[in-house]
Design a protein around this ligand. Structure first.
Ligand code: BDR
Ligand code: CA
Length: 324
């Protein structure tokens, strides 16, 4: 049922009192659209952006982050994440996002160069400087967020919430059990899910319903400004891969993590205790949800389950309209 939010976290985002957020992603087409949405919303105040290695190498995702920020006029510090997951080798998703990690429309060159220190340090600086707790929005593997928690445990209380795209209670997409972001760095994901910080999990259960259909691309393109044309081009590229797998549209996974902050009324889900499988022959990277409450453990994540797809598309159209 849409709008049936649990009490794990309620956001009171308003234009008068915007929520300070940190964007952490591996852009990536759907990360890029998530950042478009975040940038368009006056109820959100973006403090900084950090790149993570996932969809492509850290050099490529950082370059893409800089290009997206230039397109969106997002004038905040950017830091490059670690070159690899905490304890494992990288896995990239070039089949989905292309050789550059963000194939498709031409983009402006980055305006800002990344800060000369790590993503975890930039996040820590932003948390320290913020006079109120901050929401982190990770849309890639959780390597940077876990590093932040390991290196600066004293800053945990400055993290109000983590609204992340990752996992899937019912299924995986990179293996039968595991979703890409969690599979790439399950050790980091475990640290985050075990952190006691309130989490909203936009997993595949909901994000595979966040479908943007080809006719919706046209609505977006029709808006006609530079950002709208680029977003339509990203959707075309992203859809191409998914169409071959039988999807009727492009699942814009990462934008759901931002939607949870600004339009919780179009989402529903439930509180669950979620454990991350870090080993195992078949299930490494799985997010195991205690649906039948057999663990006796309290919920650690609000797991999104349903989205009003039409309202989600309207939200994206509204987002590109923001850019003039
Ligand atoms: C996730 O994997 C990446 O390819 C997307 O950007 C998204 O964050 C979906 O499984
Ligand atoms: Ca991503």
């Amino acid at each position: 049922m849409i709008g049936n939010r649990s009490n794990i976290q309620t956001f009171h985002a308003s234009t008068e009192h915007p929520i300070p957020i940190i964007l952490d992603g591996d852009p990536g087409h759907d990360d890029a659209i998530a950042w478009v949405l975040a940038r368009s919303r006056p109820e959100l105040r973006i403090l900084c952006a950090t790149s993570v290695c996932g969809n492509q190498t850290i050099e490529k995702t950082t370059y893409n982050a800089g290009r997206i920020m230039a397109l969106l006029g997002m004038d905040v510090p950017l830091a490059m994440g670690l070159p690899k997951p905490l304890f494992r080798d990288p896995i990239i998703a070039d089949t989905v996002h292309g050789k550059t990690g963000l194939d498709g429309p031409d983009l402006p060159e980055p305006v800002r160069t990344p800060v000369p220190y790590s993503a975890a340090e930039l996040m820590a600086r932003c948390l320290k400087e913020s006079d109120e707790p901050v929401v982190i929005v990770p849309t890639g593997p959780l390597t940077n967020v876990a590093s932040l928690l390991l290196l600066y445990p004293e800053l945990k209380s400055k993290i109000r919430h983590i609204s992340l795209m990752g996992g899937g209670i019912a299924r995986g997409n990179w293996t039968p059990a595991a979703e890409f972001n969690i599979l790439v760095d399950p050790d980091a994901a475990k640290i985050v899910f075990d952190s006691d910080i309130p989490i909203t999990m936009a997993g595949l259960d909901v994000t595979e319903q966040a479908l943007v259909y080809p006719e919706d691309f046209e609505r977006i393109r029709h808006v006609g400004n530079d950002v709208a044309l680029v977003v339509a081009g990203w959707l075309e590229f992203f859809y191409h891969f998914h169409q071959a797998l039988g999807y009727p549209g492009a699942p814009v996974h990462d934008a759901v993590a931002v939607t949870a902050l600004v339009r919780p009324d179009i989402l529903s889900g439930k509180d669950l205790y979620v454990q991350v499988e870090t080993t195992g022959e078949f299930c490494r990277g799985a997010t195991v949800g205690d649906i039948n409450r057999v663990s006796g453990k309290p919920a650690n994540a609000y797991c999104l389950k349903d989205i009003d797809r039409v309202a989600f598309v309207d939200l994206l159209v509204e987002a590109v309209n923001y850019f003039g």
